[in-house]
Ligand binder design. Structure first.
Ligand code: HEM
Length: 262
């Protein structure tokens, strides 16, 4: 492995190892979570203490959560802001909904009950995740031959399932597939689609384990941002190319203006 990658991996692994070591020390001092309050790391360390998983195993699990959980949500929220900045009417309607539900007071905290009632926020986030799927593709190596209609996919082949391509399928989303339109997720239009037409969190038994948490996290962040700032941009919407690098990256960053709301 090239030295550069080795150094990067060492940094990443060092970060998660530090978190695990710290938690082990706290547990040794009697600080443990239990019952309903048990956190994920403590669960893993219970299995570690019982000799059912080794250090490497714990680190791999923590790595997965740490990195699946960070980059994905930040990609989704960032692209969401890019979309909102280019669609002032959407932004205004969203701001109105936020004010109606939570108020303009910056100190007012956002709770799950608010989010459940915010149907327009839900539509906006779904549409942003459709157009800019944070995880653009997922790969599987076939364990058996797989026949799909006239096509035989042989055992051992690597199959790519690309939520980004499915979410931009003109047969489903229409010719204006690249336009940002939260109305695609109105109750009526959503009910007419197949569940697999929209799979930013993948589907099936190995779909995203953190999707509910991710949706709440992304919504809370977006609410705070839109309540605090008015976003705009002087670059064309289409100019920011998306690159599939494990996570969907904006090649131009997210160059938007953020005007503080009073
Ligand atoms: C917008 C945010 C997110 C998106 C779009 C997303 C999307 C996905 C997708 C498409 C997969 C399947 C990948 C594959 O099969 O190769 C996946 C798996 C996974 N995600 Fe997420 N994810 C998000 C946030 C999170 C968060 C916040 C967590 C944890 C707190 C998380 C934890 C995981 C884990 C552990 C897996 C592997 C599940 C398994 O293999 O059984 N994800 N995610």
């Amino acid at each position: 492995m090239a030295k550069m990658y080795r150094n990067t991996l060492d940094t990443l692994h060092g970060f998660t190892k530090g978190i695990i070591t710290e938690r082990k020390a706290k547990r040794a001092n009697g600080e443990k979570t239990s019952g309903k309050e048990t956190n994920f790391l403590d669960m893993l360390l219970e299995h570690y203490d019982a000799g059912e998983i080794d250090d490497e195993g714990v680190r791999e699990e923590v790595d997965t959560f740490m990195f699946e959980g960070h980059d994905t949500t930040s990609s989704g929220v960032s692209w969401g802001i890019w979309c909102i900045a280019h669609h002032p009417q959407v932004q205004q309607r969203l701001f109105n909904e936020i004010c109606e539900m939570i108020g303009e007071d910056q100190e007012e905290i956002i709770i799950t009950e608010h989010l459940k009632k915010m149907t327009y926020l839900d539509q906006v986030m779904k549409e942003a995740f459709r157009l800019y799927c944070p995880v653009p593709d997922a790969n599987r190596r076939l364990q058996n031959d797989f026949q799909s209609g006239p096509y035989l996919f042989p055992k051992g082949a690597v199959v790519t399932i690309a939520p980004l391509i499915l979410c931009r399928n003109k047969n489903v989303w229409g010719d204006d597939v690249l336009s940002f339109d939260p109305e695609r997720f109105s109750e009526e239009r959503e009910s007419k689609r197949h569940p697999f037409d929209y799979i930013p969190s993948s589907a099936g038994p190995r779909n995203c384990i953190g999707q509910r948490f991710a949706q709440l996290e992304a919504k809370v962040m977006t609410c705070w941002l839109v309540r605090s700032f008015e976003f705009s941009s002087n670059l064309p919407f289409e100019s920011n190319r998306a690159g599939a690098e494990g996570i969907l990256r904006p090649y131009s960053g997210i160059p938007v203006f953020a005007k503080i709301r009073i």
